[in-house]
Design a protein around this ligand. Structure first.
Ligand code: G1P
Length: 289
């Protein structure tokens, strides 16, 4: 029996420079797709995968996110007084139980590996999930639930992967694998943001991971990698060979909502996927074609 995945880390300290000026005074994780902020999608995806503890690695200027997962007494009171029951439910139904969300601050932007390392004491030695909220995935079952399933099959580390055009390998962690076409690609090497000519494949990691707690012993070294940052990919690379490690070609479509084009595409795709929004969205699209 493999250990249950109970905890998830959400690295949410990033500045969102690719989405300025929108993210000047607002966390990028609060950008909305249709009618929900990115961070809510990520938390709901984690809940659907059985996660019970939610660890936000946050930073300065991110308070709107904490407020989103708190009670809003004034709003609740007003909605209640006006008999707006549906709206009242909408603002409260996604809240995890009191105490289930924990916050830790990453004081300096030293890289994704460093952000995850900041959560070490809250994770301990158990396998856990990581979800990057700007990677939004439209799919059923939700992406993290697919990873949990793959983890229960393999009992080791699993990361969500997809093919990218070769000229984009320098934006991702890239797999070296003997079976890139399989649903579960065995990972024999990992490189962070290689130049297209140096990339061992075009199979790239997107922001969903299930990792053993031993990753922290590698992150403890604070070794700098690509871009001078402490990279999660480098710590993961050190775990290869110690336990099974696979890339899961997940079912679904991933949107990089940290970019303007990814965010726009996500808004269209998520609107079209919703019964209550589809007709109206098609009409709008027809108008601007
Ligand atoms: C991070 C990881 C990279 C991964 C990517 C997915 O990069 O370092 O390995 O492929 O997320 O979105 P970042 O986008 O933070 O530069």
């Amino acid at each position: 029996m493999v250990a249950r995945i109970r905890k998830a880390v959400f690295p949410v300290a990033g500045l969102g420079t690719r989405f300025l000026p929108a993210t000047k005074a607002m966390p990028k994780e609060m950008l909305t797709v249709v009618d929900k902020p990115l961070i809510q999608y990520a938390v709901e995806e984690a809940v659907a995968a059985g996660i019970e503890e939610f660890i936000f690695v946050t930073g300065r200027g991110k308070q709107a996110m904490e407020d989103h997962f708190d009670l809003s007494y004034e709003l609740n009171e007003t909605l209640d007084r006006r008999g707006k029951t549906a709206e009242l439910e909408q603002v409260n139904e996604f809240l995890p139980p009191p105490g289930a969300i924990k916050y830790v601050r990453q004081r300096e932007a030293l890289g994704l590996g460093h952000a995850i390392w900041c959560a070490r004491d809250m994770i301990g030695d158990e396998p856990f999930a990581i979800l990057s909220p700007d990677d939004l995935v439209l799919g059923e079952p939700p992406c993290l639930a697919q990873l949990v399933q793959a983890y229960s099959e393999t009992g080791g580390n699993v990361v969500a992967v997809m093919d990218v055009p070769r000229d984009q390998t320098d934006r991702y962690g890239i797999l070296d694998t003997p079976n890139p076409q399989d649903r579960l690609a065995e990972i024999t090497g990992l490189v962070e943001k290689p130049k297209p000519a140096d990339a061992p494949s075009t199979l790239s990691i997107i922001g969903r991971y299930i990792l053993h707690g031993s990753v922290f012993s590698h992150l403890d070294r604070h070794e700098k990698g690509a871009g001078g940052e402490i990279q999660l990919t480098d710590a993961m690379a050190r775990m290869i060979g110690t336990q099974p490690f696979h890339g899961l070609r997940f079912q679904g479509e991933r949107f990089d909502c940290g970019t303007k084009e990814g965010w726009l595409a996500a808004n269209i795709a998520f609107s079209l996927a919703r019964d209550d929004r589809r007709d109206q969205t098609e009409q709008i699209l027809a108008r601007y074609r």
